[in-house]
Write a protein that binds this ligand. Structure first.
Ligand code: 7TS
Length: 412
């Protein structure tokens, strides 16, 4: 059987929001996928079906709806485990997103095990979500937070990273891909180096999981987090993977119902992971929707997705890079379809607003990466980011709009 040719235009019809035409007659050109993606019908239908047919709570009642809900929720966990190559669904904790996953580890592992004088090593290209929790945990424990620098081309300074990996470093918290530069970090090599130096590794896969195949077993990564909403799935659901012995050793961030084993008047014991980390009623519909999103991506295939996104990114770098006064931040050879830029004489927010007038959604701002933007020497950037449903027409529309913005702002 031959593989279907990759056709972003045809795929677009799976995403109701992408058919949107605004009241001014503009059609939506959606280029803010690093912030959140649109959702295919399969995801919307899976969540709707849960609410319409199987809306029971999980892991508690014996009635049919509760049993169905529990079955669907745990089936989704199994799908995610397969998607990331986890050894068991028990190593997959549902969270409300990447941010919560990182906070669970910062609270339950770092604050428990870091000693004064220890260090956490991050990179200078982290999103605040993979920065602030470590800054806070390090401060609370009298530990240090170290930053591995980024080179001018937007890649990690490997030499400096190696030098910073001293025996004091107990954890390396690393983004798999930058939400500003698009840089894909060589996760497998960095994890190997960190382990050789005696440190655990948390991989922030918020940007990579939606685009690249992940295999936590092959990577031998200790912790990995991502969010559903950037991966064609619902908002409010995400995943924390951790090695079983780490989940056993960690303290839960949230306590309460469903995460206990036994409760006495003066103490309690915890349920086995992953329940230990899922206090209260979880986002059941979100987990089911994320399971459907993972199925949808598997149906597309990672190889086809990657090839399409690489071609589109090359096209965008060339087309946008040729525009007068436009500067692109980050030229890493291994990169995602994330293109951050500045246009001489224009404020990033004005650019985004002008693009929006043309129906084009891009993001502007500090991208929740202020330590990186400080190093880039700018307070804000504009950013276009792609997913499977984008094509060269979208890039052409953006380029046209950017030319229009230059004319408009220079003329007034
Ligand atoms: N890590 C990275 C690398 C990210 O890009 C983001 C969100 C997060 C963590 C946090 O994810 P959340 O789902 O928990 O919020 N990045 C972006 C962005 O680039 N634009 O909006 C959100």
């Amino acid at each position: 059987m031959s593989a279907k040719p990759f056709d972003p235009r045809a795929l677009r019809t799976d995403f109701p929001a992408l058919g949107r035409v605004f009241s001014d007659g503009r059609r939506l050109v959606y280029l803010d996928n690093a912030a959140t993606t649109q959702k295919p019908r399969a995801v919307l239908e899976a969540t709707r079906r849960y609410y319409e047919e199987s809306a029971g709570n999980v892991h508690r009642a014996v009635h049919r709806l509760a049993a169905e809900a529990t079955g669907l929720y745990e089936e989704a966990r199994q799908k995610i485990a397969t998607f990331i190559g986890a050894p068991s669904p028990k190593t997959v904790v549902f969270t409300h997103g990447a941010t919560e996953g990182i906070n669970i580890v910062a609270h339950g592992w770092a604050r428990k095990f870091l000693q004064p004088g220890d260090a956490v090593l991050v990179t200078a290209m982290e999103h605040h979500s993979n920065f602030i929790p470590w800054q806070q945990a390090a401060q609370a424990r009298g530990a240090k937070l170290l930053l591995a620098p980024v080179l001018d081309d937007g890649t990690l300074d490997r030499e400096a990273f190696r030098k910073l990996l001293t025996p004091e470093v107990k954890l390396v918290a690393l983004t798999h891909a930058s939400n500003v530069l698009g840089t894909i970090n060589p996760a497998a090599e960095l994890i190997r180096e960190a382990h050789a130096a005696g440190a655990c590794v948390l991989l922030d896969a918020a940007q990579s999981a939606p685009h690249l195949p992940l295999d936590v077993t092959a990577l031998d990564v200790d912790f990995l987090v991502f969010s559903g909403h950037k991966l064609l799935g619902p908002t409010g659901i995400g995943v924390l993977f951790a090695k079983p012995e780490l989940l056993d050793a960690m303290d839960p961030l949230l306590t309460g119902g469903e995460m206990i084993s036994r409760v006495w008047d003066d103490h309690a014991t915890w349920a086995e992971p992953p329940q230990k980390f899922e206090a209260g009623t979880p986002h059941i519909a979100g987990a089911i929707g994320l399971g459907a999103a993972v199925d949808y991506l598997a149906g597309i295939g990672h190889a086809a997705l990657r090839q399409h996104e690489q071609q589109l990114t090359d096209y965008a770098l060339e087309k946008l890079g040729a525009l007068p006064g436009l500067k692109i931040f980050g030229r890493a050879p291994e990169r995602l379809g994330v293109v951050s830029f500045a246009v001489e004489g224009l404020h990033p927010h004005d650019i985004a607003q002008f693009c929006d007038r043309d129906g084009i959604a891009i993001r502007a701002g500090h991208m929740c990466a202020q330590p990186l933007l400080r190093r880039l020497g700018v307070p804000a950037v504009s950013r276009a980011s792609f997913h499977l449903y984008n094509d060269t027409d979208d890039v052409d529309a953006l380029a046209e709009s950017l030319l229009g913005a230059r004319k408009y702002f220079h003329a007034t």
